[in-house]
Design a protein around this ligand. Sequence first.
Ligand code: MRU
Length: 335
Amino acid sequence: MIQPIKFENDVLLLIDQLKLPMQEVWVKIKTLEEGAKAIKDMIVRGAPAIGVTAAYTYALAFKNKPFSSDYANLVKETLNSTRPTAVNLFWAVSEMEKVAKFCKKNLYTTLLNHAKKIHADDITMNKKIGANALDLFPKKLKVLTHCNAGSLATGGYGTALGVIYSAFSKNLIEKVWVDETRPFLQGARLTAYELEKAGVPNTLICDNMSASLMAKGEIDLVVVGSDRIAKNGDVANKIGTYAVAVLAQYHKIPFYVAAPSSTIDFNIACGNDIPIEERAKSELGIFNGKQIVYDLDNIYNPGFDVTPNHLVSGIITEEKVHYYPYINSLKVCDS
Ligand code: MRU
């Protein structure tokens, strides 16, 4: 399984997700600015992977610097301003800040060890999520997923794809339908590639094909990841997720969300309060370097949408599978 984030000899190594699947190129990160740019430019993407990258970058920012509140604020602001929706970023930065503030000696080594722990914990949580989902597979199922919530989007292994890898290891996956995930194509470029490498049977479809597949009985279960889950169980995830959830409910197909508890934002009461990133118009208007629309300005491109809690059959965390009403059930994840 691909490990998208490595730390070797004081260098953070990220697989360049903008170049996948045609090229596997590793980008070297040594500074705060390089780490923040890698997140902003989506060399690394996916909520938990962004969190792990932010943690290592936070440590690198203190490699040759003593602690000061002003500098710590600058580091925090630089990282927190990269992308607005995935809460794992803010969570990881705040965890690192707590360690920095209370550290008495060997600041860089202490921070680095904490970043390594956040990374290792993420993989452990992903594997628990996969194990907790096994009861949802009474037999071999045909599963649909949207975006990329795999090894590439996490510290390694994956959330939604972690569920699929875990079920596949028990011979419970007939096939995976992969939504291409317009406009950034995380499904086409990353999920299909990852599943292929892991030997999981999969077929790529356009986002607008899932309704007809559901109607034909070709999809038994949907599983997606999440960038931020509100206290009431409303789920922000890649744009298009809400449409899949509506379709799943209409066709009476279970729709599950897989995420570690670091994705739950207990400061946010409901989905309306989740900040949604608006991305460049060029993602829709330019294809292969060529303008393909008449008016490049007349484009709306939100990166995420919110699926209301009543459309979510269950939220799979490292603790357990949570069911509606989420406001009570998710409390066990509040640390
Ligand atoms: O814009 P991206 O590629 O960072 O968005 C990623 C997603 O929406 C994923 O589905 C989500 O982060 C879950 S990742 C385990």
